[in-house]
Design a protein around this ligand. Structure first.
Ligand code: F6P
Length: 328
């Protein structure tokens, strides 16, 4: 049996550990393992390289993905999809492991439904994948956010300033929510809970009235202030400009951006990725497919790929309330 593995979509720390585990556990079961470079782009192009145990040495501690990743527009089109099927046949692949987020896993589902035995592994710093309590990379990204917030608080305190910190998450406020809680933010703004700019500034002003001299506001890049006009500015910029205009507190903006995607994976992400890599290869070696392997509680489970288009349940509104309560 020859199994291909690809990493796709936004990279996340721990992808390498997943590939390493899949390759080594696969070869231990007598499988021949192959890597597909740059996700679905490489699949369409037939960019397939053999992977043995030595080829995946020295990568467990490396962020990013040594296989490369991409967001493939071609794979959404029928033409690209047919090319991918032909490449899979030409490379003699009997099964595929797809490591990635929602878009990549939707691609995995398409392949499964079109005759390619496929297993998904959830990897996205957004943690917005249905059926997966923690995706690969989330823990590392959160630690990066928290470390950044700690540094920002130092300077916020020194200068009695408000800081708006914009974090990733176009559709999901998970990073803002959990990063904000762990980083001691006064306020977290997420796509799931719209607020007006007036509410935001009232919140900061009420903090000043309570004797707070600085303020940390974490905003997800997907947040939109209710009633704000489309200016092309990022939500962080809109909020910091608005606060600055009130004249009540000097305000600065910090956009963390792709800092959150890089870096050496945490112990949690390496452990999770290693377990998921093994679980994926075991399923294919046992002649099964069509599922995503995922962490639920402490255990690994299998979620049918046909179900993962459902909305994720990871955003917890009780945490949102908790942040407001603690920030008082
Ligand atoms: O999906 C992961 C993610 O990091 C999102 O949080 C972010 O909105 C997006 O990817 C950025 O994607 P790109 O690196 O393609 O600009």
């Amino acid at each position: 049996m020859r199994i291909g593995i690809l990493t796709s979509g936004g990279d996340s720390p721990g992808m390498n550990a997943a590939v390493r585990a899949a390759v080594r556990c696969g070869t231990a079961r007598g499988l021949e393992m192959a890597g597909i470079r740059h996700g679905y782009v490489g699949l369409i192009a037939g960019d397939v390289v053999p992977l043995d145990n030595r080829a995946v040495g020295g990568i467990i501690e490396r962020g990013g993905t040594f296989l490369g990743s991409a967001r493939s527009k071609e794979f959404i089109e029928p033409d690209g999809q047919q090319h991918a099927l032909r490449s899979i046949e030409a490379a003699g692949l009997d099964g595929l492991i797809v490591v990635g987020g929602n878009g990549s896993l939707a691609g995995a589902r398409w392949l499964q439904e079109n005759g390619v035995p496929t297993v998904g592994i959830p990897a996205s710093i957004d943690n917005d994948i249905y059926g997966s309590a923690m995706a690969i990379g989330v823990d590392t990204a959160l630690n990066t956010v928290v470390e950044s917030l700690d540094r920002i608080r130092d300077t916020a305190i020194s200068h009695d300033r408000a800081f708006v910190v914009e974090v990733m998450g176009r559709e999901s406020g998970y990073i803002a929510l959990m990063g904000g809680l762990a980083g001691g933010a006064e306020l977290v703004l997420v796509p799931e809970f719209p607020e007006t700019l007036a509410d935001v500034s009232e919140y900061v002003l009420s903090g000043l009235r309570k004797g707070k001299h600085h303020s940390i506001i974490v905003v997800a890049e997907g947040f939109t202030a209710v009633g704000s006009v489309q200016t092309g500015k990022s939500p962080g910029r809109i909020i910091s400009d608005f606060l600055e205009q009130t004249g009540a507190i000097e305000t600065r903006l910090s956009i963390l951006g792709h800092l959150q995607r890089g870096g050496s994976p945490s112990a949690f992400d390496r452990i999770l990725a290693s377990r998921l890599g093994k679980a994926a290869v075991d399923i294919l070696a046992d002649g099964e497919s069509g599922v995503m392997v995922a962490l639920t509680g402490q255990e690994l489970t299998s979620v049918p790929l046909s179900e993962i288009a459902r909305p994720s349940e990871n955003f917890n509104s009780e945490i949102y309330e908790l942040i407001n309560e603690i920030a008082n």
